[in-house]
Ligand binder design. Structure first.
Ligand code: HEM
Ligand SMILES: *[C@@H]1O[C@H](CO)[C@@H](O)[C@H](O)[C@H]1NC(C)=O
Ligand SMILES: *[C@@H]1O[C@H](CO)[C@@H](O)[C@H](O)[C@H]1NC(C)=O
Ligand SMILES: *[C@@H]1O[C@H](CO)[C@@H](O)[C@H](O)[C@H]1NC(C)=O
Ligand SMILES: CC(=O)N[C@H]1CO[C@H](CO)[C@@H](O)[C@@H]1O
Length: 643
């Protein structure tokens, strides 16, 4: 019913009760007061003052009330509240100081520092209250395991996610829960689990185009924005395998560094390049995603930023306009095929994802949404992995040389790589894994805790120095702690185990950060902040990863684990092999890095990985390099290849 009303307006309509209730109650109180106490000084300004004061008063009362209720319920269950950062860290009401810090961090701070600093005073799982709303924040592998796998049913994407993402993704696998999610996942997944050699043809063509473009640019003596190149590569590849038409963004000219006179691409005026369809397409697609990410950041309040217009929906118009005719044609083609042949040949290899989906539904909206879900899920993530991998190669020539010699010895200098090659290339996998560990493309994510009762317990107990987690419902009320030690999946406890029950409540938001977790020195060893692919191959695997597999979760885990994981490994491996067949040196071009994207001077002082960072990291839904990654590469000479 509200679908055509701008989000801001329907938000305000829904908020009317909250807006008028406090002053009405305040006014009523005064009336009662007057009739009983017979004061007749009810002047106009008093009433207005009362109405104004009624809002903070109502807020204070409701915040205090819910805090007291939580405390009582928790105490009754023998639980404590989740630790919170000390009040001194943020004495402002509603966590405004932290919110300000977050906005500042997103501008020139280092990703995740805000969380890391709080974690120091609270431990890896804590409660962060912003706008008086509780958020469980965790970077603890056992809690992430509970969230994603063992207690999957209790932690959902939730209605908020669906509403926020709807303009971008419509209905599809990404933002749905329950039966709808299961349906979307079941029609999408099989496409990724079959043998598809044709993908390699697609990768090959676009890889070659990308490498050719960069070669030309390097010959002119300029650096190229590698992040831009791989974003086009993944978009062209994705569109081709999704619906058989590549958008052709790679055929458009590459941007020049900021100091060059024809640096027209990031210039928002209507230069010819800006007018090309592929540029407009990828711009609309980017802006739709960025404006969706802004919604996520603003929490419940986002509709107020979109009073008159649904911004992502507006941006998606161009994308939909392009997709709709392609989908209509696909549906028509499949109808004709069905009419002309009595027996439907189900064994036939589906050429594209669209061909595959049409076998399950011919609803054009479902088809379009499903395609968009895959495009959003697969494009920037893979571009991010490639960008950070090559960034790391530019900083670690030893790794670059080792990877190159693996490529030359297994694939050789010019053969096209195959899947069997990738299976043999242990070091390549390790390089990708190490990049995914330090620079996970999806650094932060969120779930909502839902339970079919008004309150529930997140049981946190420590075993030695590990923290473990179990969610339990109040129906099995805590009478004695020992009753929890016998159930399935429980570690046997001993005397140095202390049990602590932390209370959480229905619809609590739970933020988890694989970025923070995958950089923890207590989980990965003292050298956790060092980029070292060998940690996935030497004794450190046995020591850290094998006993505790949830410390590495770049694709998440459990029933919602990334559908495209193998596809992404295939695509990135292919691109990297081809890249290193053509180039033997990679250098970051610091002078081409736009001034805004250079790391803040203060990072140097703070040491660790931050001190050696050459670029500024940013994150919307995925992580990326601010203003692009500007590189120069040296072509591999014949002499080097002659081994
Ligand atoms: C390096 C590349 C990639 C990374 C790091 C990555 C990471 C992730 C993560 C963390 C999730 C979980 C999101 C959540 O549940 O909130 C996810 C889900 C998903 N990914 Fe990927 N992804 C990558 C590439 C791809 C590709 C190439 C595709 C498809 C072409 C893809 C398709 C999907 C889909 C459809 C989901 C939703 C699954 C569901 O909710 O059931 N991903 N991915
Ligand atoms: C964009 O290009 C126009 C001319 O086409 C120029 O006047 C303007 O200064 C440029 N803006 C930026 C930000 O480079
Ligand atoms: C990389 O990580 C994946 C996913 O966890 C794992 O299956 C694979 O064995 C790892 N490869 C290497 C070489 O570490
Ligand atoms: C990766 O490539 C191999 C070889 O073509 C294929 O068997 C496998 O299905 C691919 N995986 C995905 C998810 O594309
Ligand atoms: C664009 C370009 O020059 N690509 C080359 C990269 O290397 C492979 C293998 O030597 C060649 O086949 C490509 O032509």
């Amino acid at each position: 019913m509200f679908s055509n009303i701008p989000p801001g307006i329907s938000f305000i309509i829904k908020s009317i009760p909250q807006l008028i209730l406090p002053p009405i109650i305040a006014f009523a109180t005064v009336l009662i007061d007057r009739s009983y106490v017979h004061t007749n000084v009810l002047s106009g300004w008093r009433v207005s003052l009362l109405c104004i004061v009624s809002y903070p008063l109502a807020l204070t009362i409701s915040v205090a009330y819910s805090a007291i209720v939580k405390r009582i319920v928790a105490a009754r269950m023998g639980a404590v509240l989740l630790p919170e950062p000390p009040f001194l860290e943020d004495p402002t009401p509603g966590g405004l100081l932290f919110l300000y810090g977050m906005i500042k961090e997103s501008r020139d701070g280092y990703v995740g520092d805000g969380l890391k600093n709080r974690l120091r005073s609270t431990g890896p799982t804590f409660n962060m209250r912003i706008f008086f709303q509780d958020r469980l924040v965790t970077s603890e592998p056992n809690h992430i395991k509970a969230l994603l796998a063992t207690q999957f049913e209790d932690f959902v994407k939730g209605q908020d996610t669906l509403t926020t993402m709807n303009s971008l993704l419509g209905t599809g696998v990404f933002a749905n829960d329950g039966i709808l999610w299961r349906f979307h996942r079941s029609i999408t997944r099989p496409f990724f689990s079959r043998d598809r050699i044709t993908h390699f043809d697609i990768f090959d063509r676009h890889t070659d185009e990308a490498i050719g473009k960069m070669k030309t640019r390097f010959k002119e003596g300029y650096a190229a924005d590698f992040q831009d190149v791989v974003s086009r590569f993944t978009l062209d590849s994705a569109t081709e395998f999704l619906f058989g038409h590549d958008i052709g963004t790679l055929s458009d000219p590459l941007p020049y560094p900021f100091f060059h006179s024809s640096h027209s691409v990031s210039n928002t005026s209507n230069t010819p390049f800006e007018q090309t369809f592929s540029a407009r397409f990828s711009r609309s697609f980017n802006e739709a995603q960025t404006s969706t990410a802004v919604r996520v950041r603003f929490g419940d309040m986002w509709p107020l930023r979109e009073l008159w217009q649904d911004i992502p929906k507006e941006k998606m118009k161009l994308v939909h306009g392009f997709l709709d005719p392609i989908i209509r044609q696909g549906v028509q083609r499949s109808r004709l095929a069905k009419e002309s042949t009595a027996i439907i040949d189900t064994e036939k290899e589906d050429e594209t994802v669209l061909d595959h989906l049409i076998q399950h539904t011919d609803d054009p909206i479902i088809l379009r949404d499903e395609i968009m879900n895959l495009a959003v899920a697969g494009r920037d993530t893979t571009a991010s992995l490639l960008t950070f991998t090559v960034y790391m190669l530019s900083q670690h020539s030893d790794v670059l040389n080792k990877l190159r010699s693996e490529i030359l010895s297994i694939v050789g200098p010019d053969r096209r790589p195959t899947y069997d090659d990738f299976r043999e290339m242990k070091y390549l996998r390790a390089v990708l894994n190490e990049t995914l560990r330090l620079y996970p493309p999806v650094p932060f994510n969120m779930r909502h805790l839902i339970v079919n009762c008004s309150s529930c317990l997140l049981l946190i107990y420590t075993l030695g120095n590990r923290i473990n987690t179990r969610l339990c419902h109040p129906s099995n009320r805590v009478t004695s702690h020992s009753s929890y030690q016998r159930g399935p999946g429980w570690h046997t406890t001993n005397s140095n185990t202390s049990l602590r029950f932390a209370y959480t409540h229905n619809d609590q938001r739970c933020i988890y950060s694989v970025f923070v977790m995958q950089r923890r020195t207590d989980l990965w060893g003292p050298d956790a902040l060092k980029f070292d692919p060998d940690r996935f191959l030497d004794e450190r695997v046995q020591k850290y990863l094998i006993p505790n597999p949830f410390i590495f979760c770049p694709f998440n885990a459990g029933p919602r684990i990334c559908i495209g994981q193998q596809f992404a490994y295939n695509e990135s491996s292919f691109f990297l092999v081809r890249l290193l067949q053509n180039f033997s040196s990679i250098e970051i071009s610091e002078e081409s890095q736009p001034p805004d994207s250079r790391p803040s001077a203060s990072w140097k002082k703070e040491g660790g990985i931050k001190a050696t960072e050459k670029v500024k990291l940013k994150t919307h839904l995925t992580m990326y390099v601010a203003e692009g990654l500007w590189l120069k590469m040296g072509e591999s000479s014949e002499a080097v290849e002659d081994i």
